[in-house]
Design a protein around this ligand. Structure first.
Ligand SMILES: [Zn+2]
Length: 190
C-alpha cells in the first residue's frame, strides 16, 4: 500500500521515461545493490566505477531497463541520487561535479551538485577548458597564451603589436589590465 502511494505521488510530477524506469528499481529496493556491484574503492580515496564507461570523458554509466525499455544513466549522477535520497531522476541538479577531478569516481563525498555555470567555472579553474574566457569572445584575435606573453614581455608596445599582429592600443590595454581582465592561465602552465 505504501509503495502504491509513493508511486502515485511520483507519477503526479509527470516524470520523464528515464525517471520512471529508475523509480521502478528504487521501489523494488535493488538500486543500491545493483549500483555498488560495480564500484571499486581505491586506496587514494576515489570509488572507481568498474562497469561501462563513456568513451569520451571516461565517465561511468549504467543501463537500467524494464521490459523492452533500456535507459542509460551516468554512474556519478546515480551515486548522487542514491546518497541524497533523491527518488526522481528529473530532480537532480543540472550538473554534478567531481571535486576530485576524476571522471570515473562515484564516491558521494567527491560529488557536488551545481549549475552549468559552476561547471564551466570549474573547468576554467582547472585548466581543462578548451577556450578560456577571453578567447570565447568572438572578436578576440589573441590566445590566452599570447596575452600572458604580452603581459610578461618587456618589449615596446610597437614591437609587441607587430609580433602578435594586433594594434598598439590592444597591447597597451592588456598591459594595463583593461582588457582580458581576470583571464589567467591555470597555474603551472604559464
Ligand atoms: Zn573521487
Amino acid at each position: 500500500m505504501r509503495k502504491k502511494f509513493q508511486l502515485f505521488l511520483f507519477l503526479r510530477k509527470r516524470p520523464s521515461l528515464k525517471a520512471r524506469v529508475l523509480f521502478h528499481f528504487i521501489l523494488k529496493g535493488t538500486l543500491r545493490r545493483d549500483f555498488f556491484a560495480h564500484v571499486k574503492k581505491e586506496p587514494g580515496g576515489c570509488w572507481i566505477w568498474t562497469g561501462q564507461r563513456k568513451k569520451k570523458g571516461g565517465y561511468g554509466r549504467k543501463n537500467f531497463g524494464a521490459a523492452n525499455i533500456k535507459c542509460l544513466y551516468s554512474a556519478h549522477k546515480l551515486s548522487f541520487l542514491i546518497a541524497n535520497g533523491i527518488q526522481n531522476w528529473d530532480e537532480l541538479p543540472p550538473v554534478i561535479r567531481h571535486t576530485c577531478d576524476n571522471p570515473p569516481c562515484v564516491r558521494p563525498s567527491h560529488l557536488l551538485g551545481g549549475t552549468y555555470k559552476d561547471n564551466v567555472h570549474d573547468m576554467f579553474e582547472r585548466g581543462r577548458a578548451n577556450r578560456p574566457k577571453g578567447e570565447r569572445n568572438g572578436s578576440a584575435k589573441l590566445k590566452l597564451t599570447e596575452v600572458t606573453a604580452i603581459r610578461k614581455s618587456t618589449g615596446t608596445l610597437k614591437e609587441m603589436a607587430s609580433t602578435f599582429g594586433v594594434s598598439i592600443t590592444t597591447v597597451r590595454k592588456i598591459r594595463k589590465g583593461e582588457s582580458w581582465k581576470g583571464c589567467e592561465l591555470p597555474r603551472g602552465t604559464a
